[in-house]
Write a protein that binds this ligand. Sequence first.
Ligand code: AQP
Length: 329
Amino acid sequence: MKPVLVSGIQPTGKLHIGNYLGSLKNFVALQDLDEYQCFFFIADLHSLTEDFNPKEKASQIRNVVADYLAAGLNPKQSVIFQQSEIPAHTELAVILNNFAPIGEMERMTQFKDKSKNQAGNINMGLFDYPVLMAADILLYGASVVPVGEDQVQHLELARTLARRFNAKFGKTFVEPKPILTEAKRIMSLDDPTKKMSKSRPQGCLFLDDEPDVIRKKVQRAVTDSGSEIKYDPERKPALSNLMSVYANMADVRMDQIESAFKGKGYGDFKKGLAEVIIQALAPFQEKKRKLLASPGIIKKALAAGNKKASLVADKKIEEIKEKIGISLD
Ligand code: AQP
């Protein structure tokens, strides 16, 4: 049996290049390695933790499935499913809540950051997000989870919960490890001190952006003082972030970028960067347009994935209920 890999993305809005380079691109690479049994889900329950419009939710969910498929995830190789369709996720989250001390939960930086960003809506779902995330992962026995750096603390909690549960009730869960990409934390185009995030669209470059929008956004991106194209995250954080996007979009090394732009300035580099992004995204955008025009493909992929995920999750939740003594069979 191959080791299990699980990850998901929230349908909260259009995906940006941070989501792509930090996770989605890696999902595809890991799927194609053929070393893991892959499960990729649409984290729709997680997405309810921020303000949302119910009229937009279904299309946001379909949109992430289209992103998955257009990026190269293949329903024949990977199980692609919708979180809320598998009730075992919420059941396990409720069970795991009893092993998650409030003090540990209060230390979660994403909760603290999001509480600041959505001060008028600090809800229990947001507080409990990491426990639901632990359930998402532990349910499938995942040993690896490809994520961006912002999710590493949540993954540590999943490991702690697994360990605690196993110690009390016998070996039940696998302790999952993160798989990070080189672009584990892409920063905002307008402010290199802030993570590129869907909830700050002003700093995002979206996967669906048209070439002219990409050119404009890249031209307007904040840069540092000086003019030399040199990767130096300490002294040139803004440029280094853009170079990281370049390197990972074009699959080239930093020293290759530095030599290509030797003697040139930020203006030339930004022009080159915009073209690299446009070129890298063109096949994705074309494929996504076609997928959105045939909603049957998306529906079918999701229905098949939901079925496969249910088989694994239902069996596991039964085992868990037996372990904690609430199964009467
Ligand atoms: N800036 C980033 N750089 C690298 N990776 C990132 N990820 C998110 N932002 C960056 C990774 O993308 C995956 C999917 O994220 P998500 O949408 O499920 O949740 P998120 O981390 O909360 O993403 P956003 O864009 O910041 O959305 P909002 O603003 O809605 O919260 C995850 O693996 C994440 O690490």
